[in-house]
Design a protein around this ligand. Structure first.
Ligand SMILES: *Cc1c(COP(=O)(O)O)cnc(C)c1O
Length: 370
């Protein structure tokens, strides 16, 4: 006989909500092809289950971070082409070319390497030319484009099938971003005289909601799919939350006044206090930076302040005011009562790091609730 104990903490993912959020984006951008971004394990939601759910939803690409994620998609039987968002490493390129995954080029060296590999395997490899309109992370600078067109045109096994850029401050600097759209448009119009650019794209979640980019015909939503809009928009209220984080109470203890809680004893009880020890910690991705920031958890219908520092595997919460609490009771850390945006704000970080920080120790449980 084998016995498996339930997990101390887990993540619940609603894949239908992710599909719904993709529809919200689709309705907002009716004439635009979509590249759902599923890098970093679909922002902690689980790469394969999310990609499988969205695979047949009429999308152009899946956005991934590296060859390893592209490989996982293809091994999971996903049909949609993976698009490697950032610059590729030389060691990844042979696998990328062999599998016809899509990649970007930022330098002539990368282009030459892809062309050599494609020649070796006797195929035409499709790339997107990256243009750096302000992000400073990848791409050719706009003023370099005139010098690189003819060398790239002379690479017989390389085909430039698209052009991309990436907004650095869409949610922070509207005038910069508007100017950047103008620059991107000029680059695309110029490149279109030399290449047949099937795809033209610049916007991630923030850019999709806040701006019109008439020259673009592909969008790369990440955070929006996972239910959070990085800036206010007319679509607020339409997105559905996609993920909940739960743990359980391990033990409930009465501490006298004047007793410290957790490392550094940054919290000292000011009265007799009932304290629940809960089975989640920073090793699971519950941020240590939440310590002492007024973070709260939700137990049996009550908000309970977290006490002291987050430890590796446990946190403590004040349950003095909760009439009934026993070991095994469920604790909501992210969910209907505690939005992920609240956690990010209290942890002094962004929602992206909360989602992607959810660790491998947390089992993912999947639901599809329409
Ligand atoms: C991660 C990423 C995205 C998705 O960003 P969100 O802000 O989560 O929508 C889009 N494009 C690129 C190039 C990225 O690296």
């Amino acid at each position: 006989m084998t016995i498996e104990s339930p997990p101390r903490a887990w993540v619940e993912v609603n894949t239908e909500a992710i599909a719904h959020n993709l529809d919200v984006v689709r309705q907002a951008l009716p004439d635009t092809a979509l590249m759902p971004v599923v890098k970093a394990g679909a922002y902690g939601h689980g790469l394969e289950p999310v990609a499988r759910r969205l695979d047949a939803d009429g999308i152009a690409f899946f956005g991934v971070a590296n060859a390893g994620e592209a490989r996982r998609l293809s091994r999971a039987g996903v049909r949609t082409k993976p698009f490697i968002l950032g610059p590729t490493f030389p060691e990844e390129r042979e696998e990328i070319v062999l599998n016809n995954w899509c990649a970007t080029i930022s330098t002539l060296e990368e282009a030459e390497h892809f062309n050599r590999l494609a020649t070796l395997y006797d195929k035409t490899f499709l790339v997107h030319l990256a243009v750096d309109t302000g992000m400073g992370r990848e791409g050719f600078l706009p003023q370099q484009l005139s010098e690189v067109v003819s060398p790239i045109q002379n690479m017989p096994h390389l085909m430039v099938d698209g052009v991309m850029s990436h907004f650095p401050s869409a949610d922070e600097d509207v005038p910069f971003t508007q100017n950047e759209i103008g620059q991107f448009t000029e680059c695309v119009e110029w490149l279109q005289q030399h290449f047949r650019l099937r795809y033209r794209h610049i916007a991630a979640s923030a850019g999709e909601l806040g701006y019109e980019v008439p020259i673009a015909n592909l969008a790369r939503p990440g955070l929006l799919l996972y239910g959070v809009a990085p800036m206010a928009s007319v679509y607020d209220g339409l997105l559905r939350p996609t993920l909940r984080l739960y743990s359980r109470v391990a033990v409930v203890r009465e501490l006298p006044a004047g007793h410290g809680v957790a490392y550094g004893r940054t919290y000292i009880t000011d009265k007799p206090t009932r304290v629940a020890t809960i089975g989640i910690g920073y090793a699971d991705g519950w941020p240590r930076s939440l310590s002492g920031k007024g973070a709260r958890v939700y137990i049996n219908g009550h908000y309970c302040p977290m006490l002291g520092r987050v430890t590796m595997d446990q946190i403590m919460a004040d349950v003095t005011h909760v009439p009934f609490v026993s070991p095994g009771d469920e604790v909501e850390l992210i969910g209907p009562h505690i939005p992920v945006t609240e956690v990010a704000e209290k942890a002094d970080t962004i929602v992206w790091t909360i989602f992607t920080g959810l660790g491998p120790r947390l089992p993912r449980v999947y639901h599809s609730v329409k």
